[in-house]
Design a binder for this molecule. Structure first.
Ligand SMILES: NC(=O)c1ccc[n+]([C@@H]2O[C@H](COP(=O)([O-])OP(=O)(O)OC[C@H]3O[C@@H](n4cnc5c(N)ncnc54)[C@H](OP(=O)(O)O)[C@@H]3O)[C@@H](O)[C@H]2O)c1
Length: 241
């Protein structure tokens, strides 16, 4: 019996940490993102170029990915909606309509559509869904109104899917602060754009950020042990606490 992981953004950051541990555990991993990481190579890793924010072509592109998977009735399939963007960090009036749309598409509308296609396509397989959300879903950060709203939407979506599909295990993760390009992007903002920038610079200086491989392993273990209720939000501890 082969186990399969389908992940958005498995090429770098938290997604790479996740992909690495699933590969170590013997999964075949299908990752899609806007770019291919040519240095991340493994016999059981297949990378595709898909832009999740391109909603008009998302169905066709995702079904193309699914169609390459060799189906077998006994397979267990996990979907991880991990790809995400902070979008423009600023007070709402300073953010363009185009950027708002892109952040919503990448972080919320895309994952909703991908999940719908996943549930349809793999209707007879045992399924798990992991959504990578953020603590910003439940706490306001000045400059993150759009980002936080997309993650709050993802939280509610996770709960709703768990409710509608009790046979599917759904896990919603707040990964803590993790040492990725996204954190680097946060640290590059001005205090006008993001009032807490000094705090995030300090996290890096004090080395309190989580490592992508540590976070990936924790998420894998949580999902594998199954000791959560479907739709539950689980916060991964980082070293700020
Ligand atoms: N790092 C943190 O501290 C932190 C904290 C809380 C939550 N999160 C969440 O964790 C997830 C991963 O973040 P990260 O920190 O690993 O960020 P990252 O290093 O910036 O990686 C983002 C990932 O998403 C992919 N991606 C972005 N836009 C995409 C699009 N339009 N279509 C397809 N793929 C796209 C990227 O690949 P390409 O660039 O090749 O497309 C990349 O693999 C995100 O959902 C983020 O909101 C992160």
């Amino acid at each position: 019996m082969s186990k399969i992981l389908i992940i958005s953004g498995g090429n770098k950051g938290i997604g790479k940490g996740l992909t690495t541990i699933y590969l170590e555990k013997g999964y075949i991993v299908y990752s899609f993102s806007r770019s291919i990481n040519s240095e991340f190579v493994h016999d059981n890793l297949v990378q595709f170029k898909v832009d999740v924010s391109n909603i008009d072509e998302l169905e066709v592109n995702i079904l193309d990915v699914f169609s390459t998977i060799d189906l077998n009735q006994n397979e267990e399939i996990t979907l991880i909606n991990n790809a995400g963007t902070l979008g423009c960090v600023n007070q709402l009036t300073q953010i363009s309509v185009e950027d708002i749309q892109n952040t919503l598409n990448t972080n919320l509308l895309g994952p909703i559509i991908i999940t719908k296609l996943f549930l349809n396509y793999f209707n007879s397989q045992k399924k798990k869904i992991i959504n990578v959300s953020s603590g910003a879903a439940s706490k306001e950060f000045y400059g993150w109104s759009v980002y936080g709203t997309t993650k709050a939407g993802l939280d509610f979506f996770s709960k709703s899917i768990a409710f509608e599909y009790p046979e599917v295990k759904v896990l919603n993760i707040y990964p803590g602060v993790v040492d990725t390009d996204m954190q680097q992007e946060i640290r590059s903002k001005s205090t006008l754009e993001f009032k807490l920038v000094d705090q995030f610079i300090d996290y890096k200086k004090k080395n309190v950020l989580n490592d992508i491989y540590v976070v990936g392993k924790k998420i894998f273990e949580l999902s594998d042990e199954g000791a959560f209720y479907s739709g539950e939000i689980i916060r991964i501890k980082d070293n700020r606490e």
